[in-house]
Write a protein that binds this ligand. Structure first.
Ligand SMILES: NC(=O)c1ccc[n+]([C@@H]2O[C@H](COP(=O)([O-])OP(=O)(O)OC[C@H]3O[C@@H](n4cnc5c(N)ncnc54)[C@H](OP(=O)(O)O)[C@@H]3O)[C@@H](O)[C@H]2O)c1
Length: 253
């Protein structure tokens, strides 16, 4: 049985992957979808070319991993693609966020880094030559970001992990692509807080073209997927300019 596994499938970028995957990989038998909101996952039924199998649960808790682990052992599928899209960000200084709710930042690390790593380790034994991993990093991974410090650091982890894993997997023919979007119009901002920066507002894009680009880049074996000229420019800028300068521009004081 050939499957794709998508975390964060109940909304935004993850959900868009679920919609598009069946058209990119026509031989898929099922897409296994993971998120907390079961009713949202149920809504995917009938809207996708490939049937979905639902794993509702919190990736910060053990029980959902047990369900996925047991299903993998029972079905022994050939995982053609793993998409790690579950994640969130929270804007504000480290102190401001801690004053609001202490655990927001540590849970962010646990979801964006720990859960992504755990899902990857769990799925790797079921991946073969030609299988692909797509990890949602962010343009925030290019440089430290004051007022988005923990989020940007988690996404640097995702980028670094993905690039190194790609090299480790080269011999096995398993591809790893880190997707680094700028602002994408999803429910992300319900949690992170609204986009206030005018430049970032101008750079806002829809999820569909970002995911289309990511699937093409993953198929082409690229290590990075960066959609659109503004984010490509940001990537090159963060390579060329001293980070101290960029940090000063983004500093809250
Ligand atoms: N939108 C952007 O501007 C942007 C830019 C760059 C990178 N990204 C990254 O892209 C990824 C997808 O974000 P998005 O924009 O699609 O945001 P979104 O619409 O808020 O989707 C986030 C997804 O993660 C799931 N999720 C959150 N907490 C979870 C938990 N504890 N356990 C299981 N699932 C959980 C949510 O489902 P439930 O709530 O149902 O659990 C939802 O499906 C994230 O990693 C984000 O950091 C987003």
């Amino acid at each position: 049985m050939k499957i794709a596994v998508v975390t964060g499938a109940s909304s935004g970028i993850g959900r868009e992957f679920v919609y598009q995957l069946g058209y990119f990989y026509r031989s898929l038998d099922e897409i296994w979808v993971i998120a907390r909101r079961k009713e949202r996952l149920e809504e995917l039924r009938g809207k996708t070319r490939v049937p979905v199998r639902i794993f509702d649960g919190n990736l910060l808790k053990k029980s959902v991993y047990k369900k996925i682990f047991d299903a993998l052992r029972e079905k022994n599928p050939n995982i053609r693609m793993l998409v790690n899209a579950a994640g969130y960000g929270k804007s504000g200084t480290v102190e401001e966020i801690a004053a609001e709710k202490f655990r927001i930042q540590t849970d962010m690390i646990d979801l964006n880094c720990r859960a992504l790593t755990r899902m990857t380790l769990m799925c790797l034994p079921y991946m073969r030559k030609g299988s692909r991993i797509v990890n949602l990093a962010s343009a925030a991974s290019f440089c430290p970001q004051p007022s988005f410090a923990v989020y940007a650091a988690t996404k640097s982890f995702v980028l670094s992990f993905s690039r190194a894993l790609r090299e480790e997997m080269r011999g096995k023919g398993i591809g790893v692509t880190a997707v680094c979007p700028g602002p994408v119009d999803t429910e992300f901002f319900d949690v992170s807080g609204p986009l206030e920066n005018r430049l970032k507002k101008l750079a806002l894009v829809e999820a569909a073209p970002v995911v289309h680009r990511a699937l093409k880049d993953s198929r082409a074996g690229k290590s990075l997927s960066i959609y659109g000229i503004p984010m490509k420019t940001a990537y090159v800028g963060a390579k060329l300019l001293p980070h101290e300068w960029i940090l000063r521009l983004g500093s809250p004081k």
